[in-house]
Design a protein around this ligand. Structure first.
Ligand code: NAD
Ligand code: TYD
Length: 348
């Protein structure tokens, strides 16, 4: 019997992980711990909230006493840790909240795991979900391997790198059974429209300018979120204790190319003339310290665990656009109120 604590389960990736575990493992109890920050949204899980093996707990991973009590009360056997501040632009305007949640929050969870599991570390797993951004920025060639040195370049990636180091230090120092994965850029349903693709989808829909940073030449490697959730499932169940797995889509795109493709797809879906939406592309001031290129070599997870992406990018992009067009109420709810303030400040 497993009682798995999934942190950040009301967020974008976390909600897909919670759904996959609820559906695939009816014998596990899934406890979703989330502070419901601006990025957390229980609507993401409305389809599974009535499941017998699911419980939502509202709380902050930085609250040590609360986390310790939760570990006892729910007899937590394993942790899959996704809760984080996750947006690079916000980390530039408010780095300390990234230190708080991503570093202090992670160390709090590690302390709680050590306290709860110290008599039987080998029966428990602490799985930390991280990002490829910890490896820094690539030039035109090369890929991030699990052995690539850390070289974080933004406050966000520095905080995630720090949390990864703490997780590994706790394995070395206390003997905690850990697993770490570093994944490339995710896209798909339920992503908060501060990130590139949902922000562009929302703006295309509303005939608003499409703000491309700099010259749009930066490159990201895109993976459909459900494929990331499948990788997390594989790593949790089949991955070796103490190991790191890089997860990616073998799918690199220049920002300007991906935005142009999205415009084409949406012109079709919205019965517009081909080229109508792309007219709204606007080149804006570049992000400070903007990483040029991320690219993951996902050979290890493919060879060792048999994982590979299930979707071609064009198919995933269409599914994503369809989801946003069909879920107008979701998009409206998350873009009302505070979102507008953030948007006006970021894109002034
Ligand atoms: P998200 O911002 O959509 O969701 C984060 C969730 O964490 C939200 O539900 C939020 O309410 C919750 N949270 C924030 N602070 C909290 C706190 N103090 N206590 C409890 N809950 C808190 O993020 P996401 O895109 O789903 O990313 C999830 C994880 O995956 C993060 O750790 C991120 O670094 C990592 N990751 C993301 C990507 C990506 O492309 N989005 C890629 C690789 C790795
Ligand atoms: P983002 O979705 O914020 O992910 P990350 O910075 O973690 O990779 O951004 C993806 C890329 O798109 C990144 O190179 C920055 C760029 N971008 C824009 O050009 N305009 C935007 O409005 C946003 C949000 C991002």
């Amino acid at each position: 019997m497993k009682n798995i604590l999934i942190t950040g389960g009301a967020g974008f990736i976390g909600s897909h992980v919670v759904r996959l575990f609820i559906n695939n493992y009816p014998n596990y109890n899934i406890i979703n711990l989330d502070a419901l920050t601006y990025a957390g949204n229980l609507e993401n899980l409305s389809d599974i909230e009535g499941s017998k093996n699911y419980k939502f707990v509202k709380g902050d991973i930085c609250d040590a006493q609360f986390i310790n009590e939760l570990m006892q009360k729910e007899s937590i056997t394993d942790i899959i840790h996704l809760a984080a501040e996750s947006h690079v632009d916000r980390s530039i305007s408010d780095p300390l909240s990234f230190v708080r949640t991503n570093v202090i929050g992670t160390v709090n969870l590690l302390n709680a795991a050590v306290a709860a599991w110290k008599d039987a570390y080998d029966q428990h797993i602490f799985y930390h979900v991280s990002t490829d951004e910890v490896y820094g920025s690539l030039g035109e060639t090369g890929f991030f391997l699990e052995t690539t040195s850390y070289d974080p370049q933004s406050p966000y990636s520095a905080s995630k790198a720090s949390s990864d180091h703490f997780v590994r230090a706790y394995a070395n120092t206390y003997g905690l059974n850990i697993k770490v994965s570093n994944c490339s850029n995710n896209y798909g349903p339920n992503q908060f429209p501060e990130k590139l693709l949902p922000l562009m989808i929302n703006n295309i829909k509303n005939n608003k300018p499409l703000p491309v940073y700099g010259k749009g030449e930066n490159i990201r490697d895109w993976l459909y979120v459900v494929d990331h959730a499948r990788a997390i499932d594989d790593i949790f169940h089949k991955g070796k204790v103490g190991e790191t797995y890089n997860v990616g889509g073998f799918n690199e795109w220049k920002n300007i190319d991906i935005v142009n493709l999205l415009c084409k797809v949406m012109d079709k879906k919205l019965n517009r003339q081909d080229g109508d939406s792309a007219k709204f592309i606007t080149f804006v001031k570049d992000r400070a310290g903007h990483d040029m290129r991320y690219a993951i070599d996902a050979t290890k997870i493919n060879k060792d665990l048999g994982w590979e992406p299930s979707l071609q990018f064009e198919e995933g992009l269409e599914k994503t656009v369809d989801w946003y067009l069909e879920n107008e109420a979701w998009l409206k709810n998350v873009t009302s109120g505070k979102y507008q303030e953030y948007y006006d400040e970021q894109y002034a």
